[in-house]
Ligand binder design. Sequence first.
Ligand code: F6P
Length: 544
Amino acid sequence: MSVLTRSPAWLALQAHQKKIANRPLRALFDEDPQRFDKFSLQFRDLLLDYSKHPVEQATIHLLLALAKQQKLADWLSRMANGEKINFTENRAALHIALRANSPVFTDGVDVTQEVERVLQQIGHFVEKVHNGTHRGYSGQSITDVVNIGIGGSDLGPVMVTEALKPYHVPQLRVHFVSNIDGAHLAGTLQHLDPATTLFIIASKTFTTQETLTNAHSARKWFLANGGSESSIAAHFVAVSTNRDAVIQFGIDPANMFAFWDWVGGRYSLWSAIGLPIALAVGMEHFRSLLAGAQTMDHHFLTTPFEQNLPVMLGLISIWQINFFHVTSQAILPYDQSMHRFPAYLQQLEMESNGKRVNRNGETVDYSTGVVIWGESGTNGQHAFYQLLHQGTQKFTADFLAPCQCHHSLPEHHPILLANFLAQTEALMRGKTEQEVRTELLNQHLPADEVGRLLPHRVFPGNQATTSILFRKLDPATLGQLIALYEHKVFVQSVIWEINPFDQWGVELGKQLAGKILSELVSDQPPAQHDASTRGLINFYKTQR
Ligand code: F6P
């Protein structure tokens, strides 16, 4: 057994779980009318309700004791003070510096000055594209931007750009190409005019196979359709930490927007990786996004833990994952514009906390990051909610929704919210055998028919969910929401004693793909592989 699972705080939570697990959520609500007031928190326009989890006051005390035992406060300071807490890559994890309003140091240097310099560079560029002084080779204004990037260089920007659609400037369309599948790039380019298209090649390392292949193909398309080598500067810009590789690709370093190794890919949308966001919504809204995140950072770093939204969100997830053994978490935004939020959180949570050894390199004997998945409401209700209501899997779910909408059909909004509330209530309360029996008898069904239908119509309920409501999905609120989840992931990692800022797990597949690629394109029989991989390679070669 690990030190953590033998620790006093862990054992106390285990013992407490045995007691509370026998008390259904609906009983907890029936017993205590103040439950919502006790187990919900508000920060500015954002409400976090965790009262539909199996918690009581003692649970919160025990979870806070676990946080204390795991030195959470120290780890918050270590992150904020620029310590190299990403020790396997010898880097700080300073995404908070990207939206800070006071100096942030690492290696004795205040990095916020460089951050501001790049923000100014982004601001000037965005202005020139928007006012038409940055023009394409034919003298026309830019009408389309194509961001080529993958993982953190795609998911954050695409999620935010979609979520902030009501704030888009009218004269520009922003597209995102990530997949190495040529269909993604080809499908995007077929509607575009090279004379009015700007490409952003976004890659922290500037070595990622998918991004560089797509970037080279985009350049070929540009040159083959009217562009020239001398006009590449007006149509290709790069966002990267790797200046040499940008130059080698053929992009003028004057057209490069820098960021730094202390920004993790999945934490980078606040950096120059957010350039497509700034182009889509304008610099003022991009700055509001950053300012919103900054307010959440301040809240996270200064608020007592029991009142602290990211801390409580993280601790409640620990309670569910490690003591109730849930293995997946659904992210269910009741807002169509947040439809990429689940995909964004998949990378944030699963790439960060999908680790199996602790900071000392010892294999852990407790669950770390869970499977994150989801879909926007109400679409999910007609697809997978059946399993949530009557299936056998252990899960939790975060429901998110704005109280106000942006669109021109406001009469839809209460219907959307009614569904959100009905689902969370139904998952919590369920429907007992007695309730189903009464309902069926009221329909005057014969007794044997009631008996036959009864088990199929019972809902066990007692399914825990978190509700997050906010006034309106504006840039600042979106910034708060994203920062809330970033910090929640950090809180989990501290409890689990893992490094959330590296991602060695994605390397093996990359290495093998490079080797197999040369075998796929050669006429020689495949080299050393297992029989399955060899068979698949041979089948491909006969069928291509
Ligand atoms: O998927 C692995 C990963 O390294 C992510 O962490 C990163 O966001 C993504 O690849 C893209 O990397 P880059 O920005 O260097 O192209």
